[in-house]
Design a protein around this ligand. Structure first.
Ligand code: NAP
Length: 276
């Protein structure tokens, strides 16, 4: 019988078992630990990351080393999609009694997850700013999972940032391409700004600080201002001035930032669809 999630909104906190304690799992654990952690305990299981992550976490190398799990508990797979399939059979027994099972693996389908575990799995797509409570967490609940899952996700993941429900796995691939991979695209932009500052002759000490302050200042102004990004851009641009000269390169319809970013997210989306 498939365990139900309908009784999941209970006053008793869940235990969490995280399979794979890599970059994304650690970002999520850090996000949960920032304030009232939604879990009674977080177990991480990873053959190569056996040091505890602190603050109510316990680590081990293999599922056989886990203590008897307190009810209710949930499991979250956070390993690379390339190895996830081979791992599932050894988790099937534990997954049977979990309140809910989640996977954050990009592209790895609900059908394959269910086939490997013998129960339905909810797919999540978080991103690394979850570590500071400013993430985006997309999620797809397959039809086999009952409606209580919605409330459970709210309880367990809302402290990581914005929750975005989607109604298909293809939509989750779009979230993967946009916000899952997105922090890397933003950091690449920041790196490019640093390089641009260096090319103007600013020192290696100054360039990173100036680039970050430029981005942070512009975003703070946007957050305090109801105007669109386009209106704020226009407010900096005067006819025949320096900004207009720069934007003629940055906003070139063929070689500028807009077509480049569209091609960037399309490449990520296509790759998410290839993994399945
Ligand atoms: N990074 C992101 O920003 C991000 C965002 C959204 C979703 N995701 C998804 O999150 C998943 C993990 O990505 P990541 O970037 O965190 O990768 P990662 O840093 O490589 O983390 C994966 C962890 O799993 C460990 N592992 C390997 N075999 C294992 C096993 N048999 N049992 C338990 N753990 C095992 C790895 O150990 P070794 O390194 O020693 O092999 C590593 O510590 C991926 O499926 C990815 O699609 C990542």
């Amino acid at each position: 019988m498939i365990p139900s999630t309908s009784s999941s909104v209970s006053p008793k906190k869940h235990a969490m078992v995280v399979v794979g304690a890599g970059q994304m799992a650690r970002a999520m654990v850090a996000g949960w630990q920032r304030q009232a952690c939604p879990f009674s305990v977080i177990y991480t299981v990873d053959p190569h990351q056996v040091q505890d992550l602190g603050g109510g976490t316990m680590s081990c190398a293999h599922p056989s080393e886990l203590p008897p799990l307190p009810q209710p508990f949930v499991v979250m797979f956070a390993v690379k999609p390339q190895i996830l399939g081979s791992l599932l059979p050894q988790w099937a027994e534990i997954a049977k009694t979990a309140q809910a099972v989640f996977s954050i693996a990009a592209g790895f389908s609900c059908a394959r997850l269910q086939q490997g575990l013998g129960r339905p799995v909810i797919r999540l797509m978080p991103n690394t700013p979850a570590a500071v409570g400013s993430g985006i967490v997309g999620y797809y609940i397959p039809p086999e999972v009952d409606s209580g899952a919605q409330a459970l996700i709210q309880t367990l993941f809302s402290s990581l940032g914005m929750l975005v429900p989607v109604t298909s796995e293809d939509d989750l691939n779009r979230i993967t391409a946009f916000s899952g991979s997105g922090p890397a695209f933003v950091y690449a932009f920041l790196e490019a700004l640093e390089q641009a500052a260096l090319s103007l002759g600013f020192s290696p000490d100054q360039a990173p600080v100036m680039a970050q302050t430029l981005v942070q200042g512009s975003l703070s102004l946007k957050a305090a201002n109801p105007q669109s990004p386009a209106a704020l851009r226009e407010a900096v641009t005067s006819k025949g001035g320096t900004t207009e000269a720069g934007l003629s390169i940055l906003m070139h319809p063929h070689s500028g930032l807009f077509p480049l970013l569209k091609a960037t997210v399309q490449a990520a989306y296509q790759r998410a669809g290839e993994i399945q």
